[in-house]
Design a binder for this molecule. Structure first.
Ligand code: ATP
Ligand code: MG
Length: 428
């Protein structure tokens, strides 16, 4: 019997994992500069946390939920996205403090689960890095969040991206737009896909997000939300655009963009890449927006919020297509070569001492000949080799060789055990 990983999942194996660590490290550095702190919430939540927030008619809720009843008959979902769980935790832990503590800024990274048709850049277990900022309604925060996302991508080495921007307005704007959209779509009702016919009844805005080609043709001439904005919503959107210009961040307005989740309002955005990883087709790697009202919806006070989520697998596809060089494959400081079985204890003590001195060290465990061991050292690109044989053992010394210069010195074992860093200084 042969076991295989579940469809739509990946093993992140050594060699790959280093890339993940690098991405996570850069993300943490960026978030720290903007003063976002990490939050870790459960990977599963009550079904309602997502069904109530993402929207009854969203693809996520209707088709993609990994939900089940546990042994206590609780309806559970593996989280399909990060925001709802973070908002749930924000409310439950009463993280909404006095005004002086606002905005409350937090980030997360981890696996998300969606029952999708697996393909390149679309998995059933995938990973997101995301941020949420609560408690401030100012367009300046929208722009800071967008700027941080752009900053993150550029620090990761991704230059060629497009920022698509839209607004969903406030509640009154959406109500007015809702009616206009229904009036427009109703004559096409019979032509719409089956899904979109249901969407038209339950949540017409969702029709704009349809992936069906004929739906998209119909939608192309639909009325646009920007023509239905209240003065307040218009002001917010204008301010966001102006501030983006002030920061020199280019953007395009995409008036049919609605995002896949129901909880958004005002500013929504997507950062897209036309990397050859996606066959040159503009593909979203990072997406987000404002969600005023979501905190209340999950039982908290009236606190606005905004955030984004970035797909790590899609990011990696881009970086790999660009043959990104930044990943260093875990460089090895010292490879300890032991000649003869009697050196076994000495080489083990040496790798341990070197590790305790703060360096990485490795040795052979297969009793291989010196030639094989030196081969491994060079395959691992060791900076130093440290060789111990019978004669070294009797004189309590070892041969330390700096690989870059080829210089070799005989050093006392006692000196290595006392202070390996000082021993290395001899080569400087
Ligand atoms: P799409 O339209 O591609 O289905 P979405 O609107 O469902 O995207 P979001 O919920 O906004 O995506 O998620 C934000 C980001 O997370 C996406 O831009 C993408 O990079 C990533 N992402 C979403 N779903 C998947 C998935 N199934 N596999 C891999 N990455 C994903
Ligand atoms: Mg999707």
């Amino acid at each position: 019997m042969k076991y295989q990983r579940p469809k739509g999942t990946n093993d992140i194996i050594p060699g790959e994992a280093e890339k993940w660590q690098q991405i996570e490290k850069i993300a943490r550095q960026v978030f720290q500069k903007y003063r976002y702190q990490e939050i870790r919430t459960p990977i599963f939540e009550s079904f309602e946390v997502f069904s109530r927030t993402s929207g009854e008619t969203s693809d996520i809720v209707t088709k993609e939920m990994y939900d089940f009843y546990d042994k206590g008959n609780r309806h559970i979902t593996l989280r399909p996205e990060g925001t709802a769980g973070v908002v749930r935790a924000y409310v439950e832990n009463k993280l909404y403090g006095p005004e002086i503590q606002r905005p409350f800024k937090t980030y997360y990274m981890g696996p998300m689960f969606r029952y999708e048709r697996p393909q390149s850049g679309r998995l059933r277990q995938f990973h997101q890095i995301g941020v949420e900022a609560f408690g401030v309604d100012s367009p300046a925060l929208d722009v800071e969040v967008i700027a941080m996302a752009m900053n993150l991508l550029s620090d990761l080495g991704i230059q060629h991206v497009k920022l698509a921007l839209n607004t969903l307005g406030d509640q009154p704007s959406r109500q007015a737009y809702h009616q206009a959209l229904v009036d427009y779509l109703t004559p096409y009702q019979a032509e719409l896909s089956e899904d979109s016919q249901i969407r038209l009844q339950k949540n017409p805005l969702r029709v704009l997000d349809s992936k069906d080609q004929h739906d998209q043709e119909i939608v192309a001439n639909a009325p646009q939300i920007v023509d239905y904005l209240t003065p307040e919503a218009q002001m917010h959107f204008d301010a966001v655009q102006q501030l983006l210009k002030d920061l020199g961040i280019d953007f395009e307005i995409d008036s049919t963009m609605v995002r896949g989740l129901d909880y958004y309002n005002h500013t929504i955005f997507e950062i897209m890449s036309d990397s050859k990883a996606f066959g040159g087709k503009w593909t979203t790697v990072c997406a987000g927006g404002r969600y005023n009202g979501l905190v209340e919806q999950l039982g908290g006070p009236e606190v606005p919020g905004i955030g984004f989520g970035l797909g790590v697998e899609r990011l990696l596809l881009i970086l790999e297509a660009e043959k990104y060089q930044a990943w260093q494959n875990n460089p090895l400081d010292v490879y300890v070569v032991g000649i003869g079985n009697e050196t076994n204890a000495a080489t083990l003590k040496l790798v341990q001492a070197i590790r305790q001195a703060g360096f990485s060290a490795d040795r052979d465990y297969l009793q291989r000949k010196p030639k094989g061991q030196f081969k491994t050292a060079s395959r691992l690109a060791a900076k130093y080799t440290l060789t111990v044989g019978e004669s070294e053992l009797s004189s309590q010394t070892a041969k330390l060789k700096q690989m870059s210069s080829g210089v070799e010195k005989t050093v006392k074992l006692a000196a290595i055990f006392a202070d390996f860093a000082a021993v290395c200084q001899q080569f400087k």
